[in-house]
Design a protein around this ligand. Sequence first.
Ligand code: CDT
Length: 316
Amino acid sequence: MGRVITVGAAQLGAIARAEPRAQVVERMLALLAQAKAHGCDLVVFPELALTTFFPRWFFDKQEEIDAFFEREMPGPDTRRLFDSAQQLGIGFYLGYAELAQEEGRTRRFNTSILVDKRGRIISKYRKIHLPGHAEHEPWRRFQHLEKRYFEVGNLGWPVIRWAFGEHKGLFGMAICNDRRWPETYRVMGLQGVEMILLGYNTPVHNPPAPEHDALSHFHNELVMQSGAYQNGTWVVGVAKAGNEEGVEQIGNSIIVAPSGEIVAACTTTADELAIARCDLDLCDSYKSTTFNFARHREPEQYRLIVERKGAAPPPE
Ligand code: CDT
């Protein structure tokens, strides 16, 4: 039988700057209901799912920036998502901009949460790999100011044991640019992760390296497929897609098995649900053989190489 969790990759199409959160939540509720009708235990929404991808603009007024942030979760507009999750008995991953009061100051993070089938937040992650730049760069067709608007996440990559039904599994989270870095998967792989949930907003055009544009789908699949395989874990990657305020964003939301194979994918750049029955027991076939970390990793060698800042000199 295995430990099967049915997962919905709930891709969102473009969100206009003027679109109110309540309307976006309405779109998400429709996807939640659709997911429930197909027997999903868990739905994964994108990064910064409640608003347009605001780091594409330079704002100099803090109140303009803060209008895109959530001060509480659930808040007045998002409460319905939590209520619906509880009524339907379905969990969800949600990415949002978090404004927190911590250490006696206001802090801003690019955050995701995992909410269980009773509508309770059971895990939180704050994005570590913030891409882009911190200063206004007017030469770009659009900005990518994540380094200006967010702090680097300070929660590590927690992996939690979640009983999603009659079975339990080990779940972790990552956000967008994190997926391009092997450390993201490996830090969770070392904690035994069995499913990584990951939302993203990826423009087709990368202003500093337009020569990569034609490879944006290839790179998207490459990193998630290799991260899944090399750590024997499922990866659920979900996009905010389509032409958002003149910026084309990739869709290409995928569910990847521990074999590295894509088992479900969205085919549009609109609101769309891709569903897969994911057996967490499949992880073991990789974790206990090719990627048996205890048997085959050589952390002492890695440490020596890093300390030496390179390979050993050739023997005399
Ligand atoms: N949101 C986010 O992290 N986007 C980045 C764009 C980088 S351009 C290659 C991403 O990695 O998709």
